[in-house]
Design a protein around this ligand. Structure first.
Ligand code: SAJ
Length: 412
């Protein structure tokens, strides 16, 4: 089995790091993206987003000639598809990016290729993708029937943590699910070129579900912490102390409450399980609702604090979806500031986000939101701590004249 050339479809937060790591092992990688700006950036040895060490990998591989980018796929021994799987308005998985990627790869196949779906997917998606490709290429097959050349399909979900992607790509264990055992075995060989963790084989549907379950597990546990934060607030108990004390028990490990759950994974993936079995996913659905309800609760708390102040100044510390990153996608902090700007148009909203230079469009369009320094923000009538960035560690929250609404437990 030859695996000397690999096409990576989708050069986003997972595809580009994967392409760069593969290229560092001397495999020839062609990264494909529909956005010509991404393709140009990579071909110039640049990265279109911030992730520690990624720039070094990309620049090195492009210079060495093992990594190149293009807007359309080219023939290769294996393809890794790492495109987004958002959900629709009804929380149903949207497989259109996966299907578009499959359609773009189909004409490049000649039989014998390995096709790996890495995108987080609902159970059955790898099989659907295979069916679409085989519909377009009836001269190829899954099992070699009628003497037609075989295609090997597998699902291998990524599980890397933003901010630690280049390390976790190499050190995390990988779950590889094949549509056939042979496909799983081939995919194992590809990942073994760079993955030092254990590579565990299963079938495609179980691999798809494994990824969803990991993120739903975390979502449910964060929801428990978020629910506790509401109860503790009502009972006038410090939730951070409560959790710290309960976690002294040897078998209790409660996670941390926050302003809500952000990012493009944990707030999305559990819905794919709910969609697959709505009747029995009661806990998973409720956890999503609890976490999605938290930003609104924070907004109420903030507005309550300035109910009697005319034209108040409201400060928000942090916009990213978690600490020490610049990723504002699906961030509860952005949602909170957006809601505040709309609900209190006479307020001035002073935002501090050390990891960005400009406000996202969603906030810039409001006339009453601006980026300020920490010192400026701490003078506000109410200070909402939305992200626990290290950069806020030295902020004197205890000394502020206004009220502090602390969603991250920094006021201690
Ligand atoms: N959060 C809390 N309290 C906590 C932990 C997290 O409120 O105690 C919030 C964060 O502030 C953030 C959100 O949850 O808004 C998600 O952050 P995270 O650090 O839990 O996870 P992500 O989204 O950065 O990455 C997750 C990881 N999944 C798991 O830990 C099970 C990562 O390993 C996955 O690769 C990634 O999702 C993904 O791509 O699916």
């Amino acid at each position: 089995m030859d695996l000397s050339t690999v096409g990576v479809i989708g050069l986003g937060y997972i595809g580009l790091p994967t392409a760069a790591v593969l290229a560092s092992t001397d495999i020839k990688v062609v990264g494909v993206d529909v956005d010509p700006r991404t393709v140009d950036a990579v071909n110039n040895g640049d990265v279109p987003f911030v992730e520690p060490d990624l720039a070094t990998y990309v620049a090195g591989a492009v210079k060495k000639g093992t990594l190149r980018a293009a807007t359309t796929p080219e023939p290769a021994d294996a393809f890794i598809i790492a495109v987004p799987t958002p959900f629709t308005g009804n929380h149903e998985p949207d497989l259109s990016y996966i299907m578009a990627a499959a359609e773009s790869v189909a004409p490049q196949l000649s039989g014998g290729e390995l096709l790996i779906l890495e995108s987080t997917s609902p159970p059955g998606a790898t099989e659907k993708m295979a069916r679409r490709i085989l519909d377009l290429r009836p001269d190829l097959s899954l099992d070699g029937s009628d003497g037609r050349p075989v295609l090997h399909f597998a699902h291998c979900p990524e599980r890397v943590l933003p901010g630690r992607v280049m390390i976790e790509l190499v050190t995390n264990d990988r779950v590889v699910g094949g549509l056939t055992p042979e496909a799983a075995e081939r995919a194992r060989k590809l990942y073994a070129t760079f993955c030092q963790g254990e590579i565990v084989l299963t079938d495609a549907k179980t691999a798809e579900m494994t990824k969803l379950v990991e993120n739903a597990y975390r979502d449910v546990n964060i929801a428990f912490a978020n629910e506790l934060s509401l109860i503790a607030d009502k009972l006038e108990i410090d939730v951070w102390e409560l959790i710290r004390l309960a976690n002294h028990h040897p078998r209790v490990n409660i996670l941390q409450p926050g302003p809500g759950v952000g990012g493009h994974c944990i707030a999305v993936d559990p819905w794919f399980i709910v969609d697959a079995d709505p009747e029995q996913s009661r806990l998973i659905r409720t956890a999503r609702e609890v976490n999605d309800g938290k930003p609104e609760w924070v907004v109420e708390k903030v507005l309550d604090a300035v109910r009697d102040v005319r034209a108040p100044t409201i400060a928000a510390l942090g916009l990213s979806f978690k600490a020490n990153i610049d990723d504002l996608r699906e961030s509860p902090a952005v949602e909170i500031v957006d809601r505040l700007a709309r609900t209190a148009p006479d307020a001035r909203i002073a935002v501090v986000e050390p990891h960005v230079e400009t406000l996202p469009e969603q906030l810039a369009r409001h006339g009453n939101v601006e980026l300020v320094s920490v010192d400026e923000a701490l003078k506000a009538d109410v200070v909402a701590v939305l992200v626990n960035h290290d950069a806020f560690d030295d902020a004197d929250l205890k000394g502020v004249p206004g009220t502090v609404v602390d969603t991250r437990g920094m006021l201690r």
